[in-house]
Design a protein around this ligand. Sequence first.
Ligand code: HEC
Length: 164
Amino acid sequence: MKRLSLILLSLALPFSLMVGCGQSGSGSADLQARVDSLQNKLDSVYKPGTGALMNTIVQPHHLKLWFAGQNKNWALAEYERQELMGGFEKIQLYHKNKPEAAAVAMIFPAMDAVEKSIRDKDAVAFKSNFVALTNNCNTCHKALKYEFNVIKVPVTNSFGNQSF
Ligand code: HEC
């Protein structure tokens, strides 16, 4: 019995190796096809441009941050500050090799100052730090030759359906 199993094993082993090799050959072609198809999918994934991120994240949250701070609604102000920060982080993530990703860090000290005034619930400091933040928006626009995109401290609240 033992001998029979040894014989069977010695027959089966080379056979299974052959099958194994065959599989790994077609397996790598299959893998390459899957990598290619994933690469195709990645290439066609929608990545919002910097202009779109400015429009849909940075601009509205800059405005909402202001009105939350003006109303001393500090919890909302901190939320809006984080959302605004998310917009800047997305520029770093989606536009890694572009000048705007390298320039984004210039606004972080101003963002930190706003964060501190929110934490301190200091309306006076909030106001001056927000003005400084807004100046920084324009510094970056100028640095990247978009100086015609001029940002100002919001005057009217365009989000009439939200309580600040
Ligand atoms: C990293 C530098 C940088 C910083 C910091 C920055 N921006 Fe921009 N912003 C840009 C660039 C670059 C564009 C033009 C992008 C494009 O059109 O492709 C732009 C465009 C805009 C636009 C025009 C969008 C449109 O379609 O009309 C608005 C509004 C804007 N930014 C708001 C802001 C505000 C508000 C801040 C500050 C809270 C800010 N930006 C900070 C780089 C910056």
